[in-house]
Design a protein around this ligand. Structure first.
Ligand SMILES: [Zn+2]
Length: 227
């Protein structure tokens, strides 16, 4: 069997997405060194961490965290870029698994369900998949918590976001989510919202708000990267 794998790697070499070094396993996306050197936040055990604080005074989120920090020009950003714009779903699954390992023995593991931030239908058709859902599925594999993707949805938008100014676009996020049709009842549940990145927190705030408007639930937030 191994010769077959070697042969496969010879004809279809895979390089580390961060340092471009040749990888030795066909399923990998990162070399061990780059995985080890990833600028992890380590926020998972700190309740008052910078990601949690993004939501303070906005929505009563229990806790937030991210796998790694966004550093300008960092090669690690390539990972999310590959997932979102180059159709590399494998990287999303891998990052989701890393996030799962990061959260496994923390308060995040008390969550009952993982809810990926939904993608707009139009985007979903263009891209073919929701990157947050790919991440959530990887996380789910490791944490053993089910993914629920029929709870939230993007609201239909009547005007194009691109014709709006930056401020309007920011404001617009608050009404861009709604409950999905026939959503499951998640009263009393601990919900872990999953997204690829958190910057202003507007998207995750909007999702949390919808959940709080309709259910008596607790909300946790985890993303792969944070600004
Ligand atoms: Zn590498």
């Amino acid at each position: 069997m191994f010769w077959l794998l070697d042969l496969l790697m010879f004809f279809f070499p895979v390089n580390c997405l961060v340092c471009d070094k040749r990888l030795t396993s066909p399923g990998a996306v990162l070399c061990l060194e780059c995985e080890y050197k990833m600028p992890r936040t380590g926020y998972r055990d700190l309740k008052d961490n910078p990601v949690s604080k993004v939501f303070w005074g906005r929505v009563p989120v229990e806790m937030g965290t991210s796998l790694f920090r966004f550093e300008k020009g960092s090669a690690y950003q390539t990972l999310l870029h590959d997932l979102k714009y180059r159709g590399n779903k494998k990287v999303g699954t891998h990052l989701g698994r890393l996030l799962g390992h990061e959260l496994k023995h923390t308060s995040f593991s008390s969550c009952d369900l993982l809810v990926p931030v939904p993608l707009h239908q139009r985007r979903l058709r263009e891209r073919g998949y929701n990157q947050s859902e790919i991440i959530a599925r990887g996380t789910s594999e490791v944490m053993g918590i089910p993914v629920v993707s029929n709870l939230l949805r993007r609201a239909d938008q009547h005007h194009s976001q691109t014709s709006m100014g930056r401020y309007e676009r920011f404001e617009n996020v608050s009404d861009s989510f709604q409950l999905a049709l026939n959503p499951p009842n998640v009263n009393g549940k601990r919900i872990l919202l999953i997204d690829d990145v958190v910057t202003t927190g507007a998207t995750l705030e909007a999702c949390s708000q919808i959940l709080f408007n309709h259910y008596k639930c607790l909300v946790y937030i985890a993303t792969v990267s944070c600004a």
